[in-house]
Ligand binder design. Structure first.
Ligand SMILES: [Zn+2]
Length: 333
């Protein structure tokens, strides 16, 4: 990357911070709309890092962590560029909902990349974002959380190619759970992976942790990861820190066996290996009797948990991960 960067309505020359947007379909009153973006164009060559937040509108960890990270960046000492997209899905974020309530046919923006120029509303928005990003991006981090229904602990889904696995490892301390996800799937990370570039989806937080200091802690934690990524790729000065080993495997969604009130076990450790059969949560009926149990189906780790107790049989209760291998070679030597 050298020289000026033009993305959407934004043009940033080296050493400049510029704001603007990616134009998308207009609103009912004929006004134009944009996905807001912030571009930090550094003074030296380096990769272009995209930070994509709130494609799910009930996941505010993306925008808050991006804001906290950007305030720590001196564009005059930056190599490469940062393109920050705090809120990809403005309609969904405005509603505080996973998808845009005005679009029932392509509600989940994280399932339909690269979008379609002549598709449903959210497909068109995704397509505009994709076109703006795909040729102007080397490293892509999509930021997610448990949203309004769950809490998710540190966890990364990395596209299954070496650049993406390196990017996952570059998130640094605390991010030892890295699960491979395919390339070419319907989310932006997977599409970046299909181009042979680095694309990861990081998961941390949920609306159960957006009250005062808790929200700051989560956002600071994520921002520290992005800064570590930037140190790793020499976009900013300082030595990156890493986990020594990464636990890789796959997830099994544990679904509610009954309808009622879901209560997780007190002091259940997240991100820690549990034995098969360990009790994770119970479901009460409305008379106070336990009518269902959620247990570890095999040895594995809990990396997320339902945070909205009301539950219907079949609802997601626990994000359970099976670790297939532990590796120490995600960072090229
Ligand atoms: Zn999400």
């Amino acid at each position: 990357m050298t020289g000026a960067i033009t993305i959407g309505t934004v043009k940033a020359v080296p050493g400049e911070i510029a704001r603007g947007g990616i134009p998308i379909i207009g609103d009912m009153r004929g006004r134009s709309r944009e996905i807001p973006i912030i571009v930090y164009n550094g003074v030296k060559d380096g990769p272009i890092l995209w930070l994509n937040g709130a494609t799910h509108g009930d996941e505010p960890e993306g925008p808050f962590s991006i804001f906290k990270m950007l305030e720590q960046i001196d564009v005059k000492a930056l190599s490469g560029a940062v393109v920050a997209v705090p809120v990809m899905n403005v309609g969904a974020f405005s509603a505080g909902a996973r998808g845009d309530p005005l679009d029932s046919f392509s509600y989940d923006m994280n399932r339909l990349y690269p979008g379609r120029p002549d598709g449903y509303p959210t497909e068109r928005i995704a397509h505009a974002h994709w076109l703006a990003m795909k040729d102007n991006c080397d490293l892509q981090i999509a930021i997610h959380s448990g949203g309004e229904h769950s809490y998710l602990a540190h966890m990364i889904f990395a596209s299954d190619n070496p650049p993406s696995l390196e990017l996952a490892a570059a998130m640094g301390k605390g991010w030892s759970l890295v699960f491979r996800s395919g390339t070419g799937g319907g989310n932006p990370s997977s599409q970046m992976g299909a181009l042979g570039k680095a694309g990861v989806t990081v998961e941390l937080g949920g609306n159960c942790r957006t009250l005062t200091g808790d929200f700051h802690d989560i956002a600071d934690d994520l921002a520290a990861g992005y800064l570590n990524v930037m140190r790793h790729y020499r976009m900013i000065s300082g030595a990156a820190q890493y986990e020594g080993e990464w636990r890789m495997g796959y997830q099994i969604p544990l679904l509610a066996p009954a309808t009622g009130m879901y209560v997780g076990v007190a002091d259940l450790p997240f991100e820690t290996e549990l034995e098969a059969g360990t009790l994770i949560g119970e479901i009460y009926d409305l008379y106070g009797d336990v009518i269902g149990e959620v247990r570890a189906p095999q040895n594995g780790v809990v990396f997320g948990m339902r945070a909205r107790p009301s539950v219907i049989e079949g609802h997601w209760c626990c994000f359970f991960g099976v670790v297939e291998e532990t590796v120490s070679n995600l960072i090229p030597r």
